[in-house]
Design a protein around this ligand. Structure first.
Ligand SMILES: Nc1ncnc2c1ncn2[C@@H]1O[C@H](COP(=O)(O)OP(=O)(O)OP(=O)(O)O)[C@@H](O)[C@H]1O
Ligand SMILES: [Mg+2]
Length: 250
């Protein structure tokens, strides 16, 4: 804790850039996330959303910029150390180990936490989280036998089993039907009530407006809007870059 009255944001990104050769996937993004809120990033395909999440977890090397977690710089730390800070994520493309059971895959989420935290977490945390996400009945099954929506639930379970402080969700409801989507929204709210800060990337605008406290709009690697969801969705630049394009794509 610092001595100042206002707590530091949980995550502070300053002038983040990730370039892949000539491609400026992320180019000068500055955002700050307060603890306990649900944030969302909107943006058309290729606008840099996943790359930004990858920058936070250090999967994508930074071209420039600075990052602070809970007031402490973590710009130079390695991916496993980011996990130790309490940052977890799900991937846009499901990444599960196919020759292990669902339960084993969720258990792997405990391997990413720090030793100290691991000692505090009983193996029963896995059973609790599977129950919560609705995958208890399929725990002996292998991921390849599951529907895409179910595989996504397993991913979410693996991400939250270590009780992270920040959860990054990259299109967690892709491939899900409306009822399943609602369940994910509900789960996100329940996790929020326990204090978990979340950053959601989703193309489903209705879900974003419904579940997020605050939205960011991205276009071509840059932040073009931020604010209350209704305002960002109505923002002219966001509509032109995203909603217009999406309608055109349909
Ligand atoms: N590893 C990489 N190497 C080269 N270019 C990359 C790499 N990863 C992403 N890009 C490029 O960076 C840009 C941003 O991609 P990114 O995946 O972050 O977009 P996105 O907003 O997540 O899009 P989507 O909505 O389709 O998931 C794209 O032009 C993409 O082709
Ligand atoms: Mg993406």
């Amino acid at each position: 804790m610092t001595s100042s009255d206002t707590p530091s944001p949980l995550l502070e990104l300053t002038d983040i850039a990730v370039h892949f050769g000539g491609v400026k996937a992320v180019d000068g993004v500055t955002i700050s996330l307060d603890e306990g809120l649900i944030y969302g990033i909107m943006g058309s395909n290729g606008s840099g959303k996943s790359t930004l999440l990858g920058a936070v977890t250090r999967l994508n090397p930074l071209t420039r910029g600075e990052m602070k977690f809970d007031g402490t710089q973590f710009t130079k730390v390695r991916p496993h150390q980011v996990a130790h800070l309490g940052v977890a994520r799900t991937f846009q493309t499901v990444r599960l180990i196919d020759d292990r059971t669902v339960r084993d895959n969720v258990l792997l989420g405990l391997d990413t936490v720090s030793r100290r935290r691991r000692r505090e977490l009983p193996d029963s945390a896995v059973d609790e989280v599977m129950e919560r996400v609705g995958i208890t009945a399929i725990q002996r099954v292998r991921p390849s036998e599951l529907s895409y929506g179910m595989q996504r639930r397993v991913e979410i379970a693996r991400a939250i089993v270590g009780k992270p402080r920040l959860l990054l969700l990259d299109e967690p409801t892709a491939g899900m039907n409306t009822a399943e989507r609602d369940e994910v929204s509900e789960l996100m709210r329940a996790l929020q009530s326990e204090g978990l800060t979340q950053l959601l990337v989703e193309h489903d605008v209705a879900m974003m407006v419904d579940v997020c406290d605050y939205l960011f709009g991205m276009n071509q690697g840059e932040l073009i809007a931020q604010g209350k969801p209704a305002a960002v969705v109505a923002d002219k630049a966001v509509r032109e870059s995203y909603l217009g394009k999406q309608a055109g794509d349909a």
